[in-house]
Write a protein that binds this ligand. Structure first.
Ligand code: URP
Ligand code: ZN
Ligand code: ZN
Length: 463
């Protein structure tokens, strides 16, 4: 099957230029001007459109048991929603229950995705317990293409691990080339503040934010980076939310330390006031780390522009307001932590980043596709428009007017964190490995067509 994408403006992290793209079966074969149409089976006219590499969201939680319930999107609904928004690859988190082997968790997550995903996906492994064989298990995971691990410095008694576990895991990745992703918040300190707050009878959603200070994030980021330095491994900070934490990453990078970090649209566009909405509405914005005071937002945008932050992911972890978020109606600590967003990442970052002049188009592509591919062992197969790369492409209409709303989104969740946000720019046609899976708001893909991606362990290094 030969597809010719004609007359578009091709935007990569490095270049912008007009050209045609010839796709043969699943891959890009040639890029040029006026490529011959006669041999193409299908022609996509992209006049007036941008052609971007498919988005890569390296932080999602599909079908994840958490907080006494399970995230409401599974691999079927979550990957489909991602595709509508121009994301053609995601990396989800398999979780090792304490006392079990990582291979069992990997099997569990493979089963969750098998026959359901409509875009390609990889998996990180959440390490909760090294036990006897945990370090060998980490090598085993790397052989299976799980080239990254997540460790939690928060959620004591559930997911949190101690510094020794973090240090041992980092030291292992210094040898096997995987990348450690850190949920960096000082869980012990936060727990003390939470218990004090509950004892004072404070139970509303806003206390979720008030009990998790930005300094507790900064302290953990500092510690994570220091442990990585001692072990000789790179480190990647997930869902960074505050100026305080950002300063720690910037300081380390200025010293040449291989520290990387992502932030998410919610931390760039929303602030703590959302948690004070009337009634129980604030619960829609309960996720961890919490939303911060307004002044942090500009600092994070600046961090993206200056490469103190390298990636925008979503931390898509949806729970319905009705029946799920309400588990915490009388106690903020029982509100399942997480929010939806996998469908809106490109729309929001394009509109509030590129259209508002905060970042260039090329930087936008770098943040949502190219650097994620590089850091997580998928480059140049994904995240690039070049001969040999998978034909994961987004025909992006930079002038499309789109109103974000739960009434029209495809995520299986009954609210949107960005309800009523109007954006200019949206995916018009989405190709995954040469196949059109979304066109003009219609899903043309097939449930189960998405493939597991075996990723290379390069320790976040690509130069
Ligand atoms: O609140 C959040 N972020 N839920 C998902 C789990 C995590 O910590 O990433
Ligand atoms: Zn986390
Ligand atoms: Zn997460």
């Amino acid at each position: 099957m030969k597809t010719l994408v004609q007359h578009g403006t091709i935007v990569t992290s490095a270049r912008t230029g007009s050209g045609d793209i010839l796709i043969v079966d699943e891959r890009i074969q040639e890029i040029g001007t006026s490529l011959p149409v006669s041999t193409a089976d299908r022609i996509l006219d992209a006049r007036g459109m941008l052609i971007l590499p498919g988005g890569i969201d390296v932080h999602t939680h599909l079908d994840m048991p958490f907080g006494g319930t399970t995230s409401s999107d599974d691999f079927e609904t979550g990957t489909k929603a991602a595709a509508f928004g121009g994301t053609t690859t995601l990396i989800d988190f398999a979780i090792q229950p304490k006392g079990t082997r990582m291979r069992d968790a990997l099997d569990t997550w493979w089963k969750k995705a098998e026959g359901k995903a409509s875009i390609d996906y990889g998996l990180h492994m959440v390490v909760t317990d090294l036990g006897e064989a945990g370090l060998e298990d980490m090598d085993d995971m790397v052989r299976e293409g799980v080239a990254s691990f997540k460790l939690f410095m928060a959620y004591p008694g559930v997911l949190m691990v101690d510094d020794a576990t973090i240090f041992k895991s980092l030291s292992r990745t210094a040898r096997n080339g995987a990348l450690v992703c850190m949920h960096a918040e000082n869980g012990g300190v936060i727990d003390v503040i939470v218990q004090r707050t509950l004892a004072e009878g404070k139970r509303a959603p806003v206390y979720h934010a008030l009990t998790r200070p930005a300094r507790a994030e900064a302290e953990a980021v500092h510690r994570a980076i220091a442990l990585a330095e001692i072990s000789g491994a790179p480190v990647y900070i997930v869902h960074l939310s505050s100026e305080d934490a950002l300063n720690e990453v910037r300081e380390a990078r200025d010293r040449g330390v291989p520290a990387f970090a992502e932030t998410c649209p919610q931390y760039l566009l929303l602030s703590m006031e959302e948690l004070t909405r009337p009634g129980f509405e604030g619960a829609k914005y309960v996720f961890t780390p919490p939303l911060r005071e307004k002044y942090h937002l500009d600092k994070l945008w600046h961090g993206l522009r200056e490469d103190h932050l390298q990636v925008v992911s979503t931390d898509h972890c949806p729970f319905c307001f009705k029946d799920q978020k309400t588990l915490g109606i009388d106690d903020f600590t029982k509100i399942p932590n997480g929010g939806p967003g996998v469908e809106n990442r490109l729309q929001l970052i394009h509109h509030h980043g590129v259209n508002q002049g905060r970042i260039s188009l090329n930087r936008f592509v770098e943040l949502v596709a190219t650097t994620p591919a590089k850091l997580f062992g998928l480059y140049p197969r994904k995240g690039e428009i070049a001969p040999g790369s998978d034909a994961d492409l987004v025909v992006w209409d930079p002038n499309a007017d789109h109103l974000i709303s739960a009434a029209t989104h495809h995520m299986r969740v009954d609210y949107s964190m960005f309800e009523g946000f109007r954006v200019k720019g949206n995916a018009r046609t989405v190709l995954s490995r040469g196949e059109v899976i979304v066109e003009d708001g219609r899903f043309l893909g097939r449930t189960g067509r998405g493939r597991y991606l075996r990723r290379e362990a390069r320790g976040g290094a690509w130069n």
